[in-house]
Design a protein around this ligand. Structure first.
Ligand code: ADP
Ligand code: ZN
Ligand code: ZN
Length: 661
C-alpha cells in the first residue's frame, strides 16, 4: 500500500511512502503518520492513497500517530483553501488545524474523564425581548438551509446579544448540531464561560493556547467524538473537529485578535465563512461596533444584517461629554476638573467608576530638557517608557530595559524629564486625589500574573474597588450595575498612529468603554479628554452613533482605496544589515512592478518605504503595501514568494493585514 503524505514544511509537495504490511488497512486518509524525511523523522498528514509508479524506491512510514482519521473531509478541504488563500503549504495549514502537539498520552491514564468540564448549577434563560426573538428566529430559520449563511448581529452595548447567541445554540443543539463560540481573548471571559456552562451543563468545552497538551487533546477528542457539543475559545477553536457543525459565533467580531499574525496569517472570520460553506453552519458576527469591512458586506447583501437598536429594558445610553485638553490650564495635570468632580460625586454616592487610558507604564517618553534628546530603545526605533514601580525605562516591543539615565549622554545635562501619561501616572494621581477611595490598576503589567484578572473582576463586582483603572482590558466584558462613570484620560492615543484603521479603532474603543456604564437604573455618564475634540470619530462615539461614523469613514476609505474597497498585502522585508534590507526592498518593489505590468493588474503600490517602526528587535524593516482586488493581491503575493532573497533577509507576506505599521 502506498500513501500520499503532506508535511508541515513550506513545500507545496505531496510525498509518497509505502505502508508496512502490519499497518496496511489501518492507515487511512486524515490520519497522521511518522515518516522519515531525509535524516529526520517528521509527522505528516495522509491525504490519500497512491499508485506505485515503480520509478522510485519508496520508504516505509515509521508508524501512526492517531488510531483513526483526525482530519475530517471538511477540515481537509479547509486546509486546501487556506493554502491557496494564505500562501502556505497544505501541510502547514493542516498543522495549524490539528496542532502537532495534539496527541494521545503515551501512558494510559488510570481515570479518564471524558472532557475537562466544570460542573455548574444549571440556570435558566430570561424571557427574550421581541427584538431578541426576531433575531433568533431569523438565524434559526437559516440553520436548516444549506450553504451557511452569515449574519451580522449589530446590537448596541447591553442590548442583549449574548442571549441571542445562547438561544440559537440551544436550537442547534436540539437539531443535533454543534457550536463553536469564539471570543477575542479567553482570559477576559471567565464569567461568560461560566454562564454558558450553566446553561448547557456537561457539554461545553473550553479551548485556548494556554491549555496543557493533555487538556487540549481531551477537549479535542471530546469534540471529535461528540462527547461535547459546544466549544468556547480563542481563534484557533475555529478548527474544532465537530462533525455536524451548526453555529459559529464570533463575538466582538471587530477585535484584531481574530487575525493571526504568524503564518498562515488567516483571519478567523474568513476561515469561518469557508468552513460554514462546507458544513452548512450559520455564522453570527456580533458587535456594537463592527469592522468597516463587515458592516459594508452586510449593507451590500453579502451578510444578513440584524439589529438590536435598544438596550435591555430600554435603558438609555450614557451621556458623553468631551473635554478639550487644549483648554486645560495646568499642563502638568492629568485629569481635568470635570473628571475629578465627576469622580468625587461618584464616590460620594458609593458608586463605581472605570478610568481608561490606553497606555501602560508611567510616562511614554523621557527627554533631555536642554538638548531635546529622546531616549529610545537601542534595538527598536521606539521611545522607552518610564515605569515608576521598577524605576526604570522599558521598551514595549522587546525585552530591553535600563535604569534611569541621570545624565544626558549628548549634553551631559541632568535636566531630564518625563512626558505624557500612562496607567501608572493616572494611578498615582487618583490615589493622591482620592485617598479614601479604593483604586485598582489593571494593565498588562499587573494582569500578566495568573488569576489577577479574575480577582480584579471579583473585587470590582463585589464593590471592594471603587475606581478600576486600566488599558483596553477594562473596556470589555464588565456588566456591573453600580458603574455610573467612565472616564477616558486620553482619547487620542490611537488616533494619529499611521494606520488606515486609526479612526475606526478609536471609535470602537471609546464606544466600547462608554458602554460599560449606565447599565442599571442608576444611569451613567462618560467623560472623554482629547486634544482633537472635533474629530469625527470622537463626535460619533460621543453620540453612540455607529451609523454616523460609518457614513463618514466609508467615503474616506473609498477615496483612498482602502478596505473594504480593496484588499491589502503587506510585504515586510527585514534584517540586521541596513543597506542589505533597503536593497532587498527595492528589488522586491521592482518585481512587484514587473508582475503588475505583466499581468496588466489594476493595483496600487505603496513604497518601498521604511516601516513606521523602522527598527524592531535589532532588525531594520522596510515595507511595500499593495492595494487591489483579492485575486490580484494573492497573485502578486505568489509572485513575490518565488523571489530568492539574499541571505540574512527575512520576509513576511500578510494578506488583509490589520495594521501596516
Ligand atoms: P451585549 O452583549 O449586547 O452588550 P449583554 O448580553 O451583556 O449585552 O446583556 C446586557 C444585560 O442584559 C445582561 O446583564 C443580561 O443578563 C441582560 N439581559 C439580556 N437579555 C435579557 C432579557 N431578555 N431579559 C432580561 N435581561 C436580559
Ligand atoms: Zn541633553
Ligand atoms: Zn526594544
Amino acid at each position: 500500500m502506498i500513501i500520499a503524505v503532506v508535511l508541515p514544511l513550506p513545500l507545496d509537495k505531496t510525498f509518497h511512502y509505502s505502508v508496512p504490511a502490519a499497518l496496511t488497512g489501518v492507515v487511512v486518509p486524515g490520519m497522521r503518520v511518522r515518516v522519515p524525511f531525509g535524516p529526520r523523522t517528521m509527522i505528516g498528514f495522509v491525504t490519500g492513497f497512491a499508485e506505485n509508479t515503480g520509478l522510485l524506491i519508496l520508504r516505509n512510514i515509521l508508524g501512526i500517530v492517531d488510531a483513526e482519521a483526525v482530519v475530517t473531509p471538511d477540515l481537509l478541504a479547509l486546509a486546501h483553501w487556506m493554502a491557496a488563500q494564505y500562501l502556505c503549504s497544505t501541510g502547514e495549514a493542516l498543522a495549524t488545524i490539528v496542532p502537532l502537539s495534539l496527541r494521545a498520552p503515551v501512558r494510559p491514564r488510570v481515570v479518564s474523564p471524558p472532557a475537562p468540564l466544570t460542573v455548574c448549577e444549571p440556570s435558566a434563560a430570561p424571557v427574550l425581548t421581541p427584538a431578541q426573538l426576531s433575531a433568533v428566529e431569523s438565524i434559526t430559520a437559516s440553520l436548516s438551509r444549506p450553504g451557511g449563511e452569515t449574519f451580522l448581529l449589530n446590537g448596541i452595548t447591553a442590548s442583549g446579544k449574548t442571549e441571542v447567541y445562547l438561544a440559537v445554540m440551544r436550537a442547534a443543539l436540539a437539531a443535533g448540531r454543534q457550536t463553536i463560540f469564539l471570543v477575542p481573548e479567553i482570559s477576559l471571559t471567565p464569567q461568560f464561560i461560566t454562564l454558558v456552562q450553566k446553561r448547557f451543563p456537561g457539554i461545553v468545552g473550553v479551548w485556548h493556547s494556554q491549555l496543557s497538551d493533555g487538556e487540549k487533546y481531551r477537549t479535542w477528542e471530546a469534540a471529535r467524538t461528540g462527547a461535547i457539543s459546544m466549544i468556547v475559545g480563542a481563534r484557533s477553536a475555529i478548527f474544532a473537529p465537530f462533525k455536524k457543525l451548526g453555529v459559529i459565533v464570533i463575538d466582538e467580531e471587530h477585535e484584531s485578535t481574530y487575525k493571526q499574525e504568524q503564518k498562515p496569517a488567516y483571519h478567523t472570520r474568513d476561515v469561518a465563512i469557508e468552513r460554514a460553506r462546507h458544513t452548512g453552519a450559520v455564522i453570527i458576527l456580533g458587535s456594537a461596533t463592527p469592522s468597516l469591512e463587515t458592516y459594508y458586506a452586510a449593507k451590500s447583501g453579502q451578510y444578513r444584517l440584524l439589529e438590536l437598536a435598544e438596550r435591555i429594558d430600554k435603558k438609555p445610553l450614557p451621556l458623553v461629554r468631551i473635554v478639550d485638553l487644549n483648554r486645560l490650564r495646568q499642563k502638568a495635570k492629568v485629569l481635568s476638573s470635570e473628571i475629578v468632580e465627576a469622580l468625587t460625586k461618584t464616590l460620594a454616592r458609593r458608586e463605581q467608576a472605570i478610568v481608561f487610558i490606553n497606555r501602560r507604564g508611567f510616562a511614554p517618553s523621557i527627554a533631555c530638557q536642554d538638548c531635546g534628546e529622546v531616549w529610545q530603545c537601542p534595538r527598536c526605533s521606539v521611545s522607552l517608557v518610564y515605569h515608576r514601580a521598577t524605576e526604570d525605562l522599558r521598551c514595549h516591543y522587546c525585552e530591553y530595559h535600563a535604569g534611569w539615565p541621570g545624565i544626558c549622554p549628548q549634553c551631559k545635562s541632568t535636566n531630564i524629564s518625563i512626558f505624557g501619561v500612562g496607567t501608572q501616572k493616572v494611578e498615582h494621581e487618583l490615589k493622591h486625589l482620592f485617598p479614601q477611595g479604593k483604586v485598582m490598576r489593571l494593565d498588562r503589567d499587573t494582569a500578566s500574573k495568573k488569576g489577577v484578572y479574575q480577582q480584579a473582576y471579583h473585587d470590582f463586582k463585589n464593590e471592594e474597588v471603587d475606581i478600576l483603572l486600566g488599558t483596553q482590558i477594562v473596556t470589555k466584558g464588565f456588566d456591573f450595575p453600580r458603574v455610573t462613570l467612565v472616564a477616558v484620560v486620553d482619547a487620542d492615543t490611537a488616533l494619529y498612529v499611521p494606520n488606515f484603521r486609526a479612526a475606526e479603532r478609536t471609535f470602537q474603543l471609546i464606544t466600547q468603554v462608554a458602554g460599560r456604564c449606565g447599565r442599571s437604573d442608576l444611569g451613567g455618564e462618560v467623560i472623554i479628554q482629547s486634544r482633537h475634540a472635533v474629530h469625527y470619530a470622537l463626535a460619533a462615539a460621543s453620540r453612540h452613533d455607529y451609523k454616523g461614523f460609518y457614513a463618514l469613514e466609508l467615503p474616506f476609505r473609498r477615496e483612498m482605496n482602502y478596505p473594504p474597497f480593496s484588499h491589502l498585502v503587506n510585504f515586510l522585508i527585514r534584517g540586521a544589515n541596513e543597506e542589505k534590507v533597503e536593497a532587498a526592498a527595492k528589488m522586491v518593489a521592482e518585481a512587484v512592478k514587473t508582475a503588475k505590468d505583466a499581468g496588466g493588474l489594476g493595483i496600487d503600490i505603496l513604497g518601498p518605504a521604511q516601516a513606521a517602526h523602522y527598527k524592531l528587535h535589532n532588525k531594520f524593516r522596510w515595507q511595500i503595501v499593495i492595494k487591489g482586488t483579492r485575486p490580484d493581491a494573492v497573485h502578486i503575493a505568489r509572485e513575490i514568494k518565488k523571489i530568492k532573497m539574499p541571505s540574512g533577509i527575512l520576509t513576511s507576506i500578510d494578506i488583509d493585514p490589520m495594521d501596516v505599521i
